[in-house]
Design a protein around this ligand. Sequence first.
Ligand code: BF8
Ligand code: SF4
Length: 655
Amino acid sequence: MKAEKEIKENKRTVDEAALSVLEQDQSGVETAFDRYLRMQPQCNFGRTGVCCRICLQGPCRITKKADKGICGAHAYTIVARNLIRSITGGASAHSDHGRHLVYTVLEMLEDKALAYAIEDPQKLQRVAERLGINTDDKDEKEVLAEVAALALEDFIKASTDPCKWLETTIVKDRVDKFSECNILPRGVHTTIAETMAQTHMGMDADPVNLIFQGLKMALCDYIGMHIATDLSDILFGTPKPVTTEANFGVMEADMVNIALHGHNPLLSEMIVRVAREMKDDAVAAGARGIKCMGICCTGNEVLMRQGVPVLTNFLSQELPMMTGALDAMVVDVQCIMPGVKAVSECFHTRVVTTMPNAKIPGAHHVAFSEDRAAEKAKEIINLAIEAFKERKGLEVAIPQVKNKVTAGFSVEALEDILGELNPDQPFKVITDAIDSGQLRGVVLFAGCNNLRVLQDHSHNEIIRQLAKNDVLMVATGCAAGSAAKMGLMNDDAVELYAGEGLKSFIHSLNKANEEKLESNKLPLIFHMGSCVDNSRAFDLATALAKQWEIDMPKIPFVASAPEAMSEKAVAIGSWWVAMGLPTHVGVVPEVTGSALVNGIALQVAEDVYGGYFIWEEDPQKAAEKILAALDERTWKLRIHRGLADKYETELSKSY
Ligand code: BF8
Ligand code: SF4
């Protein structure tokens, strides 16, 4: 029997559906919520970043008695080294995802991956033009081949030219800044190797030099994810507004329920497509049909493009199985808790791993391959149908909690919507609203869940505070999942929570787009996609900077990761700062063991790049700090603009 206190603390979530499963569970099934408690107290050396295990003499931990590692490494070296290895982990994950898409495109061009095709030729054209490819007299496949060749070069290349996906997607002032600071990467893979070498035992001990390398690595994270977004759009379509539902209530007892979990749309898109074709097989097994739904970022991918409902986000990934209604959980890569397998053993759910680099002992493994994608998807769906047959007629306990979600806001979709108010300069609709004070700025919510804080609580609180204060909000990843589950990502939330400025801004867009949007009225917070689609959020920031004709450190655009968890989140936060934008993190990263490294993150970064971190765990205070960061920038922007107008000069470049 669990102690009373433990049961109470076990409810570390404000998600009503997750809570009800945790409360009703009599099975003694162990989840992350239990394991977190058992893990306490956690090691403070690790938490502050001062534990080094880089060589076999370690672990070396910095204490009052031992203020250096055995080799003489100071806390600042150890903390900086650990941090940048973490950025490398994140950048490797995102670029692995991007490269997987490049390889699939190459196979497709060789007529091997036949299930895939160019779904969005306009996007291909836009990407090719941006990269400087001459598309005259070339067919789509030739153009795509050139795009793929340039993408591969961004991973490793002989020349010292800047990577294309960096140089062509950001403002020129940023390229110059990165060049001045010598952090323009020479290729993603090259930089991963450089960074691992630089952090080997007995290599770089200089924390500033290490952090600069970390930022170079972080820019590779940006390159990898931007390639992933662009190629996914070309293969599967650029998202447009779409409305569906989110949270456990999307499961239906009489359907074959399949959760798609992980990150890469190569698999999830195929399952969604084949599931539509296999309805009759499900009906023959006694079900009403097949219901696909998403967890984590692959869920975001199929939500954005196919309107697939959201089941849940990272932290509650094990819980849908405990309703007894989930027939299969199909996973690809990243953010998949190995614990899902143990939970599935207590129920009938088939956990199906699919990728060679993300297996779980005991799970069903169906080796996915791009050249037999449809066939593999069918094999996986058949496993789910078999599982449904086992549970047919048995009672299930699906919490009836779900909320309406309107998602699908790619930059292209936003441009189209804004264009109804200003066809020549769509983004001026936003910059004008900020200049006039109707909006206070823009905030991106990104990142994960983390058991160190109450699941979804900070997301919920900060979003409501910022809405009340007329902040235009966009979201990606599990932060978007959180807003979707909690009912913040729909038009009702605009009426409930938006301040007068934000409300009138959204209303005027709805009015101008009545025909185009149909039933997809604009939500309080705009879903821009998965974690790799932070590239979309940054493209929006770049579009605003270009509209204002200023460099990034001057634009009132802040990122917030209230529940950051993964190395990918560390990498994203780091490039967001290098790009010149303030970044709030609600879970203090493992850097506080060195005042110097912490100081670089909080202050020195701003002097050099214009962006900086804000660590704040309290959601109320976080909202205040985010608003202050926006206000500082809008205030400066107005002063600088006033001076430029008065003296008929260009806008000041300084920040
Ligand atoms: O890439 S937000 S928990 S699922 S790392 Fe993972 Fe974090 Fe979710 Fe998507 Ni991103
Ligand atoms: Fe210790 Fe230095 Fe080895 Fe790290 S590299 S484990 S600080 S001896």
